[in-house]
Design a protein around this ligand. Structure first.
Ligand code: PEP
Length: 252
């Protein structure tokens, strides 16, 4: 068993509705029991409008819930934004920040990602900061350079309690594509990331949980999670299928 308690997080992205969610929450409660939760932390991140529903269904099941993003601003005239204070109000234990879809589709720069993380932490919401290279960057042999930049940008968070700070390595070429990094490829990037965290001033880098994300399925989860520096996963597509998500959690 690893010293770091594994964490598996479901990122539902922009999917779901009240009725389908109720079915999914009900099934998750039956697949993820207290015995499993004693060994593995589990969280689900539905879209903002359903966070209250998640609280109602997951609250007494021991499964945490989180937001897929938070605003960089504290409050005020920012139409359409959702603040860290609001997601904290709704009981979110986690907020994902810097997901590659936010970085590429919504133009979020490293500087914005770190401000969003700071906002969340100020409101006692833990952060799952996503990093990862694109296919082009990998092919140009620039994966480590990109990760060093993305992790280095988090230096101002170095003092945060390790319980509240998680990093997810998500190679962009593996997200939603069915292409997964091999366990060895993922391990080598995780090891690199842990080293960069230490270089950025994270004194407790050995205790920071590093998740892998990118087409994790029940069939490949155990081999990925078995690697020394992989402490669980950030799961997209498979998080919408209760028995798959349950099986992935059991593999951690
Ligand atoms: C994600 O969006 O964070 C993700 C890892 O998606 P998928 O599991 O579908 O590749």
């Amino acid at each position: 068993m690893k010293a770091r308690k594994p964490l598996v997080v479901g990122n539902w992205k922009m999917n779901g509705d009240l009725i389908a969610n109720e079915r999914l929450f009900t099934a998750l409660r039956s697949f993820i029991d207290r015995e499993l939760l004693a060994r593995v932390d589990v969280a689900v991140c539905p879209p903002f409008p359903y966070l209250g529903q998640a609280a109602a269904w997951m609250g007494d099941a021991g499964i945490a819930w989180g937001a897929q993003d938070v605003a960089a601003h504290e409050n005020g005239a920012f139409t359409g934004e959702v603040s860290a204070a609001m997601v904290s109000d709704l009981g979110c234990r986690w907020a994902i920040v810097g997901h590659s879809e936010r970085r590429t589709l919504f133009g979020e720069a490293d500087e914005t990602v770190v401000v969003k993380a700071q906002r969340a932490l100020e409101h006692d919401v833990g952060v799952i900061v996503c990093v990862g290279e694109t296919l082009e960057e990998r092919e140009q042999d620039r994966a480590e350079e990109v990760l060093a930049r993305q992790v280095g940008a988090l230096a101002s968070l170095a003092g945060v309690a390790v319980e509240r700070f998680v990093l997810a390595y998500e190679p962009v070429w593996a997200i939603g594509t069915g292409r997964t990094a091999t366990p060895e490829q993922a391990q080598s990037m995780h090891e690199f990331i842990r080293g960069r965290l230490a270089a950025a001033g994270f004194a407790d880098s050995a205790r920071v949980r590093l998740l892998y994300g990118g087409s994790v399925k029940p069939a490949n989860a155990a081999s990925l999670f078995g690697m020394a520096d992989i402490d669980g996963g950030l799961i997209g597509g498979a998080a919408l299928v209760a028995d798959e998500f349950g099986a992935i959690c059991r593999s951690a």
